[in-house]
Design a protein around this ligand. Structure first.
Ligand code: ADP
Ligand code: MG
Length: 371
């Protein structure tokens, strides 16, 4: 089922007595989520992700704007009539019920023609449990399960009614690192198997990048960018998106465009054709540095960390806005450690420049092999 948002806005009255302005948790969102995809809704804490999910499931009513599931306007439908499945960070299982009873719970409340027999309910619960691979644990209580298993029960409970849309709000946050990895792959698999349009909320860019068909990046209630994870990583529209995505993070420098060249300090590091002279931020991805003895850009070498496949060169530069510059190069590269300076060439398509005021991207023509 595709989901369409039209000028969706949610304002909350300020909680702060001195600050009277409303909080605009979701600010004029217009976009379409295609059918059957896994969407990562990504942004820092407080940017409005949960508000967005609560608007989609009907727990909150928008201040203005509309929500469509397919062609249906669901803006004013109560949650129980929207056909959404919800999974939260804290599982929210009923502690006194068994796994089977927890999964069956949403089916117990069906009324009238939708009412199901005990046998059908048991069958549906078993199917949902199989999907998340907990069908062997049906008679246990939540306290007898690991965190990962509890979260699977919560997912099975959300799936048991075969929702039109599945909404997951930071579902992996309470799991340890290894389970987090495993469970996110599970969510990907389940989404593929069921084909249910799924919206997965997270503040963790790596998590969103790794499993989503499409990511929606938001900040302060405002949509920043939508696209395939790799597209957004390769072509961020502003400095926020560029710095929010990527580990290690992108390296940002105070820089200047002069006569069609990008200067960091006194060194011209790149041709940036068609950009007028001005001060800018230059952001270089860690993989955008090429180690080279007579490279165009010199930094003060701090240390070299070998991490198996890659070498991480840690350096400093007076124009760097990060406390240290991290560049990732292949471990095949020989590196001279006894020098205090390390020199690089820069890969043009790994550099973005941004307006210092608006922090919006300034585009230039990339000419590989220049300088
Ligand atoms: P996220 O899930 O991205 O961390 P939220 O959607 O929970 O963010 O919150 C977005 C903003 O809206 C925050 O500034 C938060 O304080 C505010 N907010 C959320 N819910 C309410 C509420 N019920 N009343 C007032 N402000 C709220
Ligand atoms: Mg939240």
């Amino acid at each position: 089922m595709k989901v369409v948002l039209e000028n969706l806005t949610k304002k909350f009255p300020s909680r702060n007595k001195r600050e009277k302005a409303d909080v605009i948790a979701v600010n004029n969102f217009t976009f379409e989520i295609p059918d059957g995809k896994l969407i990562g809704l990504l942004g820092p804490s407080g940017c409005g992700k949960s508000t967005m999910l609560n608007l989609l499931c009907g727990l909150l009513t928008p201040t203005s704007g509309k929500i469509f599931f397919g062609e249906d306007d669901v803006t004013n439908l109560p949650p129980e009539n929207r056909g959404v499945g919800l999974v939260f960070q804290n599982y929210a299982l009923y502690p006194h019920l068994t796994v089977k009873q927890n999964i069956t719970f949403p089916l117990e409340n069906l009324k009238g023609a939708a009412k199901l027999s005990k046998e059908v309910m048991a069958q549906k619960a078993l199917e949902a449990a199989k999907l998340v691979q907990i069908d062997g644990l049906m008679d246990r209580k939540p306290s007898e399960l690991s965190g990962g298993q509890q979260q699977r029960v919560a997912i099975a409970r959300a799936l048991v009614k075969m929702p039109r849309i599945l909404l997951l709000d930071e579902p992996l946050s309470n799991l340890d690192a290894r389970l987090r990895l495993q469970t996110r792959e599970e969510i990907r698999r389940i989404q593929r198997e069921t084909g249910i349009t799924t919206i997965f909320v997270t503040h963790d860019q790596e998590e969103a990048m790794s499993i989503s068909d499409m990511i929606v990046v938001m900040k302060d209630g405002i949509l920043q960018q939508i696209g395939k994870p790799q597209e957004v990583y390769d072509e961020p529209v502003n400095m926020f998106v560029a710095t929010f995505l990527g580990t290690p993070p992108i390296n940002v420098f105070d820089a200047e465009v002069k006569d069609g060249k990008l200067y960091i300090g006194k060194e011209a590091v790149l041709e940036v054709k068609g950009v007028a002279d001005r001060e800018v931020y230059a952001a270089i991805r860690p993989e955008g540095f090429i180690l080279k003895e007579d490279g165009v850009f010199g930094c003060d070498l701090n240390e070299v960390e070998v991490m198996g496949r890659d070498i991480s060169v840690v350096s400093k530069h007076k124009n760097s806005r990060n406390t240290e510059i991290r560049s990732i190069i292949s471990s095949d590269t020989k590196i001279e450690l006894n020098s205090s300076v390390v020199r690089f060439d820069i890969k043009p398509h790994k550099v973005f420049i941004f307006d210092k005021e608006t922090e919006e991207r300034i585009y230039f023509d990339v000419n590989e092999g220049d300088l």
